[in-house]
Design a protein around this ligand. Structure first.
Ligand SMILES: Nc1ncnc2c1ncn2[C@@H]1O[C@H](COP(=O)(O)OP(=O)(O)OP(=O)(O)O)[C@@H](O)[C@H]1O
Ligand SMILES: [Mg+2]
Length: 358
C-alpha cells in the first residue's frame, strides 16, 4: 500500500548530488523546485493512517530542511557586485579579467550566493550556446571547487581536475597538472571558476603563496573569471599582503589589485531599513512552513526573539527554524510558539552569543 506522501518522497526526497564534480554540479543546475506539498489541517491529519501520517511528516521534514533561497538584500547587493565583475568576462582572451571575492564571517550565505549565481550563469550559457562546444566536447561553463584545509598547489590542481572527472584528478601523477588544468578549462569552454572557502589557503606559508601565484597564473592564462569565497579574507591580508614592499608577496598584492571584494553583512535591527529587511526574510521563510496551527505571521511575530537567538545570521536562523519545525511536528504543537522556540536549539556560536546578551 502506498500513499501520496510516500509517492511524493520517491520523487522529492533529498538530493545527494556533490557539487564538486561535473555530474553533481549538472544535477544541481538542472534541479527544479520540489513538487508542492499541501498543508494539512489537524482534521485531515487525524484521518490519515499511522503509516500515511509518518510519511507525511517525513515529507514535511524534507520540505522544511530545504527552504527555497530568499533574495535577501545581501543577495541582491552581492549579485550586483558580481554582475559588475562579470562584465569583464566578455573580454577577449588577450585581455585580463578581474576576480570577485565574497568575503564575510561564517554562515552568512557566501556559498549560497556563489552557487546560485553559478547556476544561473550556467543555465544562461547553455541557453545561448547549447550543451556541446564547437569541437564536440561537453560544455562546462562553471567549475565549482570547494577547498579543504591546508590546500597545497597540487591539491588545488587535482581538485579542479576532479571536477572535470579527469583521470589525473585521482592519481598522484607527476604529469604536468597545470597543463592538464589549462587543457580541461579550454576544452569545456569554462568561463567561471568558483573557489569556495579560500581561507583554507594559508598565505603566510610557502604553500599558500604558491597557490596565490598559481591562481594568478591561471587567471592570466585562461579566459575565465574567478569567484572566491572565504571567511575574513580582508583580515587574512588577502588583499593587502605584499604591499609594504615585501617582494616575495608581490603576486598576492597583484591579485589584490585585480580583485573586487563583495562583503556579506549580517542583518541588523538598528536601522528601519535593517528591521524591514529582517522581517521580509522571515515573511519569505514563514510562507514556506507547513504547520497546521501556524498563523500567517508565525515567524514575523517573533522577529526580535529570532534576531536575539541568531544575531541576524541567516545560516543560524535557517538552522534554528529547521529544529523548531521538527519540535513543532514531534510535539504535535503544529506552530512555532515561544515554547517551541525555547525547546529548539540553535548552533553553538549563536547559543553562546545569545546567552551573552541575555
Ligand atoms: N538567501 C538565502 N535564503 C535562504 N537560506 C539561506 C540563504 N543564504 C543562506 N541560507 C541558509 O544559510 C545556511 C548557510 O549558508 P551558506 O552555507 O551559504 O553560508 P556561508 O557563508 O557559505 O557559510 P560558511 O562560512 O560556513 O561557509 C545555508 O545552509 C542556508 O540554509
Ligand atoms: Mg560556505
Amino acid at each position: 500500500m502506498t500513499n501520496p506522501w510516500a509517492a511524493w518522497l520517491r520523487t522529492n526526497d533529498r538530493q545527494s548530488y556533490v557539487l564538486a564534480d561535473k555530474v553533481g554540479w549538472d544535477a544541481f543546475v538542472n534541479s527544479g523546485p520540489r513538487d508542492p506539498l499541501p498543508s494539512l489541517s489537524r482534521d485531515e491529519m487525524g484521518a490519515l493512517s499511522d503509516d500515511a501520517l509518518e510519511d507525511y511528516n517525513a515529507a514535511r521534514a524534507v520540505w522544511h530542511a530545504n527552504p527555497a533561497a530568499v533574495r535577501t538584500t545581501q543577495v541582491a547587493a552581492a549579485y550586483s557586485v558580481i554582475d559588475q565583475v562579470m562584465a569583464g568576462n566578455h573580454r577577449d582572451g588577450d585581455r585580463l579579467r578581474g576576480a570577485v571575492v565574497i568575503d564575510s564571517e561564517p554562515a552568512l550565505g557566501k556559498t549560497t550566493i556563489a552557487t546560485r549565481y553559478g547556476r544561473d550563469f550556467h543555465r544562461r550559457i547553455y541557453r545561448r550556446y547549447g550543451p556541446t562546444t564547437d569541437t564536440g566536447s561537453q560544455r562546462l561553463p562553471v567549475v565549482y571547487v570547494p577547498l579543504r584545509s591546508a590546500t597545497t598547489l597540487k591539491d588545488l590542481n587535482k581538485q579542479i581536475l576532479k571536477f572535470y572527472r579527469h583521470p589525473a584528478g585521482s592519481r598522484d601523477t607527476k604529469a604536468d597538472l597545470v597543463a592538464l588544468v589549462v587543457d580541461a578549462v579550454t576544452t569545456g569552454e569554462t568561463r567561471l571558476i568558483i573557489i569556495d572557502d579560500l581561507h583554507f589557503v594559508d598565505y603566510s606559508h610557502r604553500d599558500g603563496k604558491a597557490v596565490a601565484n598559481h591562481l594568478k597564473g591561471l587567471a592570466n592564462a585562461l579566459p575565465v573569471t574567478f569567484m572566491y569565497t572565504g571567511v575574513g579574507l580582508l583580515g587574512r591580508r588577502f588583499f593587502t599582503e605584499g604591499t609594504q614592499g615585501n617582494p616575495k608577496s608581490v603576486e598576492v598584492a597583484q591579485m589584490g589589485r585585480r580583485t573586487t571584494r563583495c562583503a556579506v553583512a549580517p542583518f541588523t535591527l538598528s536601522t528601519d531599513a535593517g528591521f524591514r529587511a529582517w522581517v521580509d526574510l522571515l515573511a519569505a521563510l514563514q510562507s514556506q512552513l507547513l504547520l497546521a496551527d501556524a498563523p500567517p505571521d508565525v515567524l514575523t511575530r517573533h522577529a526580535r526573539e529570532l534576531f536575539r537567538r541568531t544575531q541576524g545570521r541567516i545560516g543560524s536562523l535557517t538552522g534554528l527554524l529547521e529544529h523548531a519545525c521538527h519540535v513543532a511536528v514531534a510535539t504535535g504543537i503544529e506552530d512555532i510558539t515561544a515554547d517551541v522556540l525555547s525547546m529548539s536549539v540553535a548552533d553553538n556560536a549563536s547559543e553562546t552569543s545569545a546567552a551573552a546578551v541575555g
